[in-house]
Design a protein around this ligand. Structure first.
Ligand code: GLY
Length: 353
């Protein structure tokens, strides 16, 4: 896989111009969803490349990350004269970078694309590392390819337009990266205050976080081993998300990751001697900023059933990424259901539920 160029700047228009000046293409397509078309595209409209580009749009939200939207994007590119020598910019959150990246990767067997993530969650996760695709037959990310954007422009300039909940969602993935990196990164993140509104400081933290992910992806682009480190917090997170969905009370992915990190901190303590001081630091931060995901002991079996059906599970076992300490990563830890139940008990104590 070719090396991905990741640029950190709060002057996105200049970054677009400098990247595009060195590329040859016959037509530029900017893929948006209706949110970024209305709220973000106009902020870049003065850029001469963007002013000349064809806007390709689809409906926002994960429910539209599907075959119909994909077909519509292919059609819009084809009808506007897209060829193999065209170039795509994906301007949006994870749904846009996933679907737009897949559309570009498959149109005429693949045209190059650039990601400009507009949410913290997509900047820190979806836009980096080449996972593209769509949901299919009710299964998330069922169809897709690994193919990296040639360039990613990362900025906090658009975050001001986002609800705080969105920023917190992305921050949970940053906390995950901090835990994978080491104590200093964790400290810096756990000391962050959302009410500071300090976007320059956030950009510094974001840069470090993206570099942590990019480094893991470089070592294992196709997720045969160490990339599974990025699943930290995600076994519980996916179970919480599915459980909440079944109760018709869906939760944001990043919030589920925050709660999942508390579960994995507890499991790491039980299984890998992870220092309990970190459990309390993480749980305090999560409770203060994300509140608690509430469930009772009557829900344990249902949650465990969901974990056994997680993508990471090979034969119905519960598979988690854990830590011996911040930065000491243990992938593919198999957790017995009784141990998971003990972790649920401690989680509920820590979350005061
Ligand atoms: N979101 C985890 C990964 O990109 O591997």
């Amino acid at each position: 896989m070719q090396h991905q160029n990741i640029l950190f700047t709060n002057n996105v228009s200049d970054a677009i111009s400098s990247i595009l000046a060195s590329k040859e293409f016959n037509r530029l397509f900017v893929i948006t969803d209706s949110n970024t078309r209305h709220h973000v595209l106009p902020l870049l409209a003065h850029n001469p490349y963007i002013a000349d580009a064809v806007n390709v749009n689809f409906e926002p939200g994960d429910i539209h990350k599907n075959l119909n939207s994909l077909a519509s994007v292919w059609t819009q590119i084809g009808e506007a004269g897209g060829t193999r020598h065209s170039l795509v910019i994906n301007l949006g959150g994870g749904v846009v970078t996933d679907l737009g990246g897949f559309a570009a990767s498959t149109f005429k067997r693949g045209i190059p694309f650039i990601n400009i993530p507009t949410t913290l969650l997509s900047a820190v996760d979806a836009a980096i590392g080449g996972k593209t695709g769509i949901n299919f037959r009710g299964l998330k990310n069922e169809i897709g390819v690994f193919n990296e954007a040639s360039d990613v422009i990362i900025s906090t300039a658009f975050l001001g337009t986002l609800p705080l909940e969105e920023v917190k969602s992305g921050f949970a993935e940053m906390l995950k990266h901090g835990l994978l990196k080491g104590s200093d990164s964790c400290e810096a993140l756990l000391n962050y205050r959302f009410d500071s509104g300090d976007h320059d400081h956030l950009l510094t933290l974001l840069k470090e976080s993206v570099e942590i992910k990019a480094d893991v992806v470089r070592q294992d682009p196709h997720e045969h081993g160490i990339r599974r480190a990025l699943n930290l917090g995600h076994t519980a997170a996916h179970a919480f998300e599915s459980f909440a969905m079944q109760q018709n009370a869906p939760i944001a992915h990043g919030y589920a990751v925050a709660w999942g990190l508390v579960i994995d901190a507890v499991l790491s303590h039980f299984v890998c001697s992870f220092d309990s001081k970190w459990i309390y630091r993480i749980a305090d931060f999560v409770l203060k900023n994300y509140g608690a995901f509430r469930f009772t002991c009557d829900d344990y079996d249902a949650l465990i059933r969901l974990m056994r059906h997680d993508k990471k599970s090979r034969q119905g076992e519960i598979n988690c990424t854990l830590l011996g300490a911040p930065g000491d990563i243990r992938i593919d830890c198999e957790i017995a259901p009784e141990v998971m139940k003990e972790a649920f008990d401690l989680y509920r104590d820590l979350m005061h539920i």
